[in-house]
Design a binder for this molecule. Structure first.
Ligand SMILES: *Cc1c(COP(=O)(O)O)cnc(C)c1O
Length: 364
């Protein structure tokens, strides 16, 4: 069986380095907000090109804090792609703001040409979600934001290291939000996340908010959260960060093999936006025969995943927003057509060959 993802492979590529770091953190006697977090924040900021990085407990917390830090809440609207992961929408609604959905383009990310038509006097921000290791069109998004005086938050949970015209995602908008959930391209060995920004005041307030609103012991400036990246995750992420570029290169190689090798009239291959250097968080194909293809792959020992089967506007969690089937037809069709093929670090050549062979043998 070739799984859709196998996290052990990635661990095994550098197992002794992680084991050494884990023992070092265990023996340090310091487990929250110590030197590992400080060092990781500096190293990740330097890697992305952002001025500040603030370690947090998850990607969802980064999104929740991002809108709070921009003072976006009750009565405000945030524009987001309709085919987003549900956490993107939760980051908006937890703050009391309303999501305003925009359909994706053929690169599976927000269609920037459709953003201006949904701007209202209540619109405060655009959440640019860089899905599947690609990047949104950040030229158009930043230009629209400047013209309408909107803030821009980037969701980079699937785009660590992804480049838009030579600059990394997470460095265009006011705030970049990252997740280090284990399956992400820079994944930890548990939960984790961070926020990047060039704004000194936003970074300082974020450091306070992640720690109960406290900047000094037992002094509380405002009601905050407990959302801290822990020392173990930070230490292990520091190790993994030194290998992130080689991991991205490996994913690009797998993607090239798929793009060159897969030929099937029923399958549309992913189309990377010109100007993007993708890090291939997922290799997402479209097919009118998705469920049939998924079952056929499984019968032939190839795993796959669906990102995502239910768009947020049709999720039970957002029934109260009053959306209906048919409101976002492109997104709804994608939810029925998308399938993610195996894509993970440590895949063997034989596995890549086998995936191509099985996919090419599919008959609808
Ligand atoms: C994973 C993910 C999140 C949430 O990150 P967590 O660390 O799991 O909270 C948010 N947005 C996108 C696009 C994601 O893929």
């Amino acid at each position: 069986m070739i799984p859709a993802n196998d996290l052990r492979r990635q661990f095994e590529l550098h197992a002794s380095e992680y084991e050494e770091k884990a023992v070092q953190v265990l023996r340090s006697g310091w487990y929250i907000l110590g030197n590992e977090v400080k060092a990781f924040e500096q190293e990740f900021a330097a890697y992305t090109g952002a001025k500040h990085c603030v370690g947090l407990a998850s990607g969802l917390d980064a999104l929740i804090l991002a809108f709070r830090l921009l003072n976006i809440g009750e009565g405000d609207e945030v524009i987001v792609c309709a085919n987003a992961y549900i956490a993107c929408v939760m980051g908006i609604t937890v703050n009391g703001a309303a999501p305003v959905f925009v359909e994706p383009d053929r690169h599976d990310n927000i269609d920037a040409d459709k953003i201006e038509s949904v701007i209202t006097p209540r619109t405060k921000a655009i959440l640019a979600v860089h899905l599947f290791g690609q990047s949104c069109d950040m030229d158009k998004i930043m230009e629209i934001a400047r013209r309408h005086d909107l803030r821009v938050v980037e969701d980079c949970a699937q785009s660590h290291g992804t480049m838009w015209k030579g600059k990394q995602t997470g460095t265009f908008g006011d705030i970049g939000c990252f997740s280090f959930y284990p399956t992400k391209n820079l994944g930890g060995f548990g939960d984790g996340g961070c926020l990047t920004t060039d704004d000194d005041a936003i970074a300082a307030r974020c450091r306070t908010l992640r720690n109960y609103g406290s900047d000094r012991k037992y002094h509380f400036d405002e009601v905050g959260m407990n959302s801290r990246l822990d020392e173990m995750q930070a230490g292990l992420l520091r190790v993994k960060l030194t290998h992130l570029d080689e991991f991205s290169e490996e994913r690009r190689r797998i993607a090239r093999r798929y793009l060159d090798g897969i030929r099937n009239e029923h399958i549309t291959l992913p189309d990377v936006r010109p100007g993007v250097v993708s890090t291939w968080h997922q290799f997402v194909i479209h097919t009118a025969h998705r469920d049939q293809l998924k079952a056929y792959l499984l019968e032939n020992g190839v795993g796959s995943e669906i990102h995502y089967p239910i768009p947020p506007h049709l999720s039970d969690a957002y029934r109260h927003l009053g959306y209906h089937e048919g409101d976002y037809p492109i997104t709804e069709q994608a939810a029925k057509e998308v399938l993610s093929l195996p894509m993970f670090n440590g895949m063997t050549e034989a596995e890549i060959d086998r995936v191509i062979e099985v996919v090419n043998g599919f008959k609808a």
